[in-house]
Design a protein around this ligand. Structure first.
Ligand SMILES: *Cc1c(COP(=O)(O)O)cnc(C)c1O
Length: 377
């Protein structure tokens, strides 16, 4: 590939984040107890970083399990050579379930309908399928409602071809220390686990903590933690200083054209940037088709020749313009959208704040056209 615009994925930083997490878990686990295992979340193409190399690196680092969004992602992980167990988060009530069996994926059972579909498929395969049971404690998305288990679980537990291997829940507000729902969810989860134990199901492997919960509350760690974001070097706002994390992805390009415009002339579609004086405008071959948000227009900045330079005018499909008037700029100069240049750094979190979104979205929307380059195999 010879495109100017590419993402560099630092697998050493990924491993370093994994090790930092391991050390953190170990240091907060009481003596004599085993620290929780790590279910490394690699859904959505490993948050845009590239599922196969990231998954292999996390497996090598020691992840006890990987987790993905759907069966198709799980199959791609197996095809990349991943051997550790793979948990599928998604609802499976209307999915083609064959891949679960052929590729040894562990489904989540999160609705009675999914339970029936999984039981029927496992019976067809004449096997007993281990699954993770998801309890909805207040996110109100997927999972068996915590206050309705008496009614919904007996049928699932009577399924002869299914075996509950773990129980889990997912937090809605772990990244907001002031929100009362977090503690409510934890209480409801405790009650649900007590219910399961009373039904003879237990003690069963338990997990709950996303990145924010990992950093916030060791009481959510149980047998395994389930982080995504922090492995990629990003900590949810309030917990930014808990762990020393290294950003994994940087996004770079090059100036491909430079021109001078006169006062009053505009730049780009819609003429939305009007030069307040003579300006030197540089064109960069990356646009919204590459995942650069259109809201970066007149709001974002990039690093060029060690300076912060504003994005001006509309972001187009395949390119955007920057106002590089503050210093020399030539075709071929490196442009950094995310990452470090000459001592300055644009973080994913900073870019997200410019356009009013979350870091997850910035990463996951990086386009398929962008080549990911890795610093090891
Ligand atoms: C995405 C996801 C995670 C990881 O969340 P982070 O905030 O990235 O750590 C954990 N559990 C479930 C069910 C998820 O969907």
């Amino acid at each position: 590939m010879i495109r100017c615009t590419f993402a560099h994925v630092d697998l050493d930083a990924l491993e370093s984040n994994y090790r930092a997490l391991e050390a953190f878990l170990a240091s907060h686990t009481p003596a004599g107890r085993r620290p929780p295992g790590i279910v490394a979340v690699v859904k959505a193409n490993a948050y845009g970083h590239g599922a196969a190399p990231v998954a292999r690196a996390l497996e090598r680092a020691g992840a006890t399990m990987l987790a993905c969004a759907d069966i198709e992602e799980g199959i791609a992980l197996r095809q990349a050579g991943v051997e550790v167990p793979i948990l599928v988060f998604g609802a499976l009530s209307v999915s083609d379930l064959e891949g679960l069996f052929e590729h040894r994926l562990t489904p989540t059972c999160s609705t009675p309908g999914a339970g029936r579909a999984l039981q029927a498929a496992a019976a067809r395969h004449r096997t007993v399928l281990p699954y993770h049971l998801k309890i909805d404690t207040g996110l109100n998305r997927l999972g068996f409602r915590h206050d309705n288990l008496e009614r919904t679980l007996p049928e699932l537990f009577a399924s002869p071809n299914l075996r509950c291997a773990a129980v889990y829940t997912h937090f809605a507000t772990a990244d907001d220390p002031s929100h009362p729902l977090f503690d409510r969810q934890l209480e409801r989860f405790a009650a649900a686990r007590a219910f399961l134990a009373a039904r003879g199901l237990g003690p069963v492997t338990t997990h709950a903590a996303n990145s924010a919960a990992v950093l916030r509350a060791p009481g959510t760690w149980f047998d395994s933690v389930r982080p995504g974001l922090l492995l990629y070097g990003l900590a949810p706002g309030p917990f930014r200083d808990v762990l020393a994390l290294r950003p994994v992805l940087s996004l770079r390009s090059r100036v491909v054209a430079v021109k001078n415009i006169r006062e009053g002339e505009s730049v780009g579609y819609g003429g939305r940037f009007v030069a307040p004086g003579p300006r030197r405008i540089a064109t960069v071959p990356a646009g919204y088709a590459d995942g650069l948000d259109t809201r970066l227009a007149d709001r974002g900045a990039v690093l060029v020749n060690g300076r912060r330079v504003p994005v001006v005018g509309a972001v187009s499909m395949d390119m955007l313009a920057i106002d590089a008037s503050s210093g020399p700029v030539y075709a071929g100069d490196e442009v950094v959208f995310l990452g470090e240049q000459a001592g300055d750094r644009i973080t994913v979190t900073e870019m997200a704040s410019w356009i009013g979104t979350i870091p997850y979205e910035i990463l996951c929307r990086l386009g398929s056209r962008i080549e990911r380059r890795y610093n090891r195999a």
